[in-house]
Each structure stands twice: as C-alpha cells, then as structure tokens.
Design a protein around this ligand. Structure first.
Ligand code: ZN
Length: 494
C-alpha cells in the first residue's frame, strides 16, 4: 500500500474551487459630463453632437470636475458600507485606442474616493457577504461603429465621442464569490441599490451598467489564487450566469488535461454560448498611471460625508424586510415589490389609502404589473392611477365587485382613466349577493341544464361546476360564486 504523500494526485482527480470577483461600471445620471459642460445623455444625440474641446482632448484645454459625480460616488460608497478617505485624487491611465481621444483616461489609481465596503445578499436562503475593494470615479470612452458585419470584416470604423467623458463609476468587488449564481445575485443586488439611491438607471442591455468578471480555479483547500481570466461582454443577468458556468467547464477541462490556464481577457459570445480569447491580460504597470497634473487633489470633508449619509434613502434589503413585518406579505412578494423604488412607493401609497396590504401586493405584482408592462406605463402614471387602483381594490375587498369585474375595470380604466366606483354604480356592476336573486338564477340554471343535474344527482360531483358556470355566465360574472355554489348544492339535494 502507498501512503498519500507518495501518491501524486492525477490532474483528472483534483476537485477545484471557483473564485470569482466582479468589476461593475455604472454611468452616473448627472446632467453634464465628468470634466466639461457637455450633456451626459448621449444616446438621443446625433454623432459627436455632445462634444467640446475638453472631451475631444484638444491641446491647451483644462478639465473641471463635476461635483455632482463626486457626491454620487461618495453616496454609493456609503450605501456599500465603504470607508471614505479624506483625500482622493485623479490619475491618468495611459493607453491608445481610437475611442479615447486624449490617449489616456482620467481615472483613479491609488487614492480612490471610497474603499473597503461590503455587499450582502441572499442566495438559496443563505446570506453571502462580498467585500468591495473600492469604488472609484473615471470618465467613459467614446463608441466605435464598425461598418459591415463586425470588427474583423469591416473596411472602416466610425467614432462617436458623445459618450467620451461621461462620468463612470467602477465598483471593484473582492474575489469572494464562489458560484455563477452568487455572481448573478451580486450584480442584481448592486443594481437595485444603485437605482434606489438614484445614481444609475441599471440598464445592462444598453450598457449604462456593465459587468466584467475575473474568474480562476484552484485546487480545493488551496489558498493561492489561480491564473485569472477576465470575461467581458455579458449584458444580461442570464449571460453573466451562463458565461461563468461555461468558463468553469472550460477551465476545469484544461486543468484536468494537465494544461495551464493563460492569464487573458475573453469575450462572451452569447448566441454561441462560449467565450473567445481577446487579448492577454494587461498588468496595472502597463498603463503607466500617474497623477493628473491638471486636477488638484480632492479633499472630502466630513461634513459632506455626514450630509450624504443623512440623504441615503432606505435600501432595498431593509425595505424588503420591513414590508414582510409591517404588511404581512411574503418575502417573495416583498422582493418583487422592492425591485424598483417607484414601484415600491406605489404599493405603499395604495396601502396608505386603506387597501388591505396582502391584496394590494398581489395586484401590484400581478394584474397591475401586467398592465404596466403591456402599456409601458407605470401604475402611478396610468389613467387608473394610485387613487383609482386603491378605490378599485377597496371595492373588491369589501365584496362590492368580484375578481372578474375588478380585472375588467382595471383593464378598461388603465388607459382610459375614470373612477371605478362611479362606473360600478353607473353600469350596475356590483356583485349579486342577494340570496333571492341568486336563488332565481340557480333555479333557471337547473331548469335549463337537465344533463348536468342528472349527472350531479347520479354522483358526479364535477357536474356542479358546469351549473355554477351557467349562473356566472347568466349574471355576466357578477354573481357571488361561493353563494351560487351553496344555493345550487342546497337546491339539488332537496
Ligand atoms: Zn465636452
């Protein structure tokens, strides 16, 4: 027999641990760019319309800091439990690319605005806590449009500098994540927080929020990090999870064959479900960072930090648990309601008007959410509005109308507008709960559906449902269904 020490483990038998760290870039929602007065909303503008000598990198111009962008970044740091150092500065990150007119990007190297935070979130009922190394501020680059089908087959590329100089925050997470699902939840939680505090619009598809992942594998039990591969081009939650799953399989297969993993940057090609090598990974020293001589060091006063701390709104995780305890709704419902701050506020406004919270939650994430999606109009901005939705749900809750009528009214009023109560009175849509009226309708249904009556009397319980259906149809959905069932059962058994 051999002891463990003399038995070298074959690569094929090694179990690997996955180490993932994420870098998220988020464009700030400031009106102007980071170092000039050009508009930062660049999508609607024609090519190169939002540019000036500063963001085009002309010689002899000087950058001026956007104070709002600095406040937004510090606010983000506070929301992520970061430390805010008293001094910060901007550095030049030197590299050449056609979308970078100055030949360097103004970024932050060794003195970022915020450091050492934490992001906490739940995965499968377990709390995951991921370190935040830093949140720093930089400027975005321009965009390239390659004529033809792609960069390699293109005969020319056009450059648009509208995005050049837009304030961009980089949130660097520590390599504390262990599964693609944790990575997905990390981005989802971070996105919610940025949207809640109003610094970013959370649009992964359009790239105002972008995520890159560093992933490496190491033998289980090892504390050293393996060769780091950076994955880019993941522009949805689904692609983040799938790209990482794919990369784990690819790296595991290479390691099991005894090969080494080269340190490199790979791009995720979503339709092909694979990553491809883009370039070997650069090191920080390749960029020759140095302090930007045109920008003075920043002193972040403690008064500013305190002012921003006070301005920090309730964060989504806290709001979610408050919804569960104050309103008695499920954690799932509270999670859906707190996806966006405006929708959470709409729910609370409806409840404030005296609607049962459980009913309000069900409608806010159900029928009303569906209408909002179909019409691309938020509940608060719809014809129904918060007042109308509250009125409608109160009519439903006190039994004046039934569920089918409430649904039809919501659909009608969502775009047209109007008062649900007035419409119910005007059209006589109130639920028929009057016993003698229901009895008359039930007798008519029994007289007109002999086969169902015989089936029921012959022991076929299900036949009762077709009689209930007949009454509901005759009453245009207004009859109180449980009363109908009770009356029919009584009439048929006598
Ligand atoms: Zn400009």
């Amino acid at each position: 027999m051999m002891d463990n020490a003399s038995m070298a483990q074959a690569p094929a038998d090694v179990e690997y641990e996955v180490v993932i760290g994420l870098e998220v870039h988020a464009q700030l929602l400031t009106k102007s760019k980071m170092f000039c007065r050009c508009s930062a909303s660049y999508i609607a503008a024609g090519p190169n319309e939002n540019t000036c000598p500063v963001c085009l990198g002309m010689p002899g111009v000087l950058p001026v800091m956007n104070e709002e962008a600095i406040r937004d970044t510090v606010l983000t740091g506070i929301a992520l439990e970061c430390t805010i150092p008293e001094v910060s500065k901007f550095d030049r990150k030197n590299y050449f690319y056609a979308d970078l007119p100055k030949g360097y990007q103004i970024s932050q190297f060794d003195q970022p605005l915020t450091i050492d935070g934490t992001l906490r979130f739940m995965v499968d009922g377990r709390e995951v806590s991921c370190g935040i190394e830093r949140v720093h501020l930089e400027e975005d680059a321009g965009t390239l449009h390659h004529l033809g089908t792609g960069i390699h087959s293109s005969h020319a590329s056009l450059v648009d500098f509208n995005r050049a100089g837009v304030p961009l925050m980089e949130i660097v997470g520590r390599p504390d994540l262990r599964t693609p699902k944790e990575a997905r939840e990390y981005v989802s939680t971070l996105r919610k927080i940025l949207m809640f505090i109003g610094v970013n619009d959370g649009n992964l598809e359009e790239g105002s929020m972008r995520c890159d992942a560093n992933i490496s594998l190491r033998p289980k039990g090892s504390t050293e990090l393996g060769a780091k591969v950076e994955i880019k081009n993941m522009n949805s939650f689904r692609s983040i999870e799938r790209a990482l799953e794919h990369e784990i399989q690819r790296q595991t297969a290479l390691l099991r064959r005894g090969e080494t993993i080269p340190q490199e940057t790979r791009g995720w090609i979503d339709p092909e479900n694979r990553t491809v090598s883009q370039r070997s990974k650069e090191q920080a020293h390749d960029y020759r960072y140095f302090p930007d001589p045109d920008l003075p060091a920043l002193s972040i006063s403690r008064e500013l930090v305190e002012e921003l701390r006070k301005r920090l709104p309730e964060l989504p995780a806290a709001m979610q648990s408050r919804f569960v305890t104050s309103y008695g709704i499920s954690d799932y419902e509270a999670g859906v309601l707190t996806q966006e701050r405006d929708e959470a506020a709409t729910f609370e406004e409806i409840v404030k008007r005296g609607v049962d919270p459980v009913l309000a939650a069900r409608w806010c994430i159900g029928d009303l959410a569906k209408l909002a999606k179909e019409t691309k109009t938020a509940i608060a901005d719809s014809g129904l509005g918060i007042e109308g939705a509250a009125e409608l749900l109160k009519l439903l809750h006190d039994g004046t109308i039934n569920g089918a009528t409430a649904k039809a009214l919501a659909e009608e009023l969502y775009e047209a507008g109007g008062s649900p109560a007035a419409l119910v009175a005007e059209r006589g849509l109130g639920k028929v709960s009057d016993r003698s009226a229901v009895e008359t309708m039930c007798q008519e249904a029994i007289a007109g559906n002999q086969k169902a009556v015989d089936d029921f009397r012959g022991g076929k319980e299900a036949a009762l449902q077709s009689l209930v259906g007949a009454v509901m149809k005759a009453s245009r959905g207004r009859a109180d269904a449980s009363l109908v069932r009770e009356v029919l059962t009584k009439l048929l058994s006598s």
